[in-house]
Design a protein around this ligand. Sequence first.
Ligand SMILES: [Zn+2]
Ligand SMILES: [Zn+2]
Length: 195
Amino acid sequence: MALASSLPPNTMLCLNLSRKSLALAVALWPLLAYNYYKERIVLLEMGRILMSNHGLTEAIDALKSTRVRMTPQRHAILEFLYESMSHPTADEIYKALEGRFPNMSVATVYNNLRVFKEVGIVKELTYGDSSSRFDCVTSNHYHIICNSCGKIVDFHYPGLDEVETLAEHVTGFSVDTHRMEIYGTCPSCQKRINE
Ligand SMILES: [Zn+2]
Ligand SMILES: [Zn+2]
C-alpha cells in the first residue's frame, strides 16, 4: 500500500487497465493461439498443394524433355504420387488406379516407376525385404515413419554433413550419402490409441 500511495494517481489506473488487459489476453490466449496455428496450418497446406502442383508440372516437363512418351497411365501415376504424397508402393498405386485403367498390371506400374526413376523425377526407397516405396520429392529430405500404420511423412532439416565428415574421418571410408529415419506414432494413430 505504501508503494501504491507513493505512485502518481494515473499509475494506479494504468496498473488496473494493464491487469485487465492481461486477464483478457490470458482468457483469449487459447483462441488466439488456435487461430494463429489454424492460419499457419492453412498456409502450410496451401503451400503444400501449390508445391505439389508445381512439382507435378515440373515432373511432366522433365519427362517431356526426354524421349519418354507421356501416356495417360504415366500421367495418372505421377498425379497420384504428387496428390497423395504418401510414398506408395507399386501395389498401392496399382490398387488406386486399376478402376481407371483395367488393362494395367502391377508390372506396368512398376516399369513406369522405373522409367521415372531413371529420368530422376522419382526416388525409390528400399526397406529390406518389403516392397519399395516411391517418393516424388527428389530434393534432400528426411522421413518420419509411423510404427503403428507405416505412414511416411517428409520433413526438411539441414543436411547432417558433419556426420558424413566424422564417419569418413573415423572409418577412412569415402562417403557418398547417408540415410536417416525417425520412428514414432503419427497423430491419427495417437488419437486412435487414446480413444
Ligand atoms: Zn500411424
Ligand atoms: Zn519423402
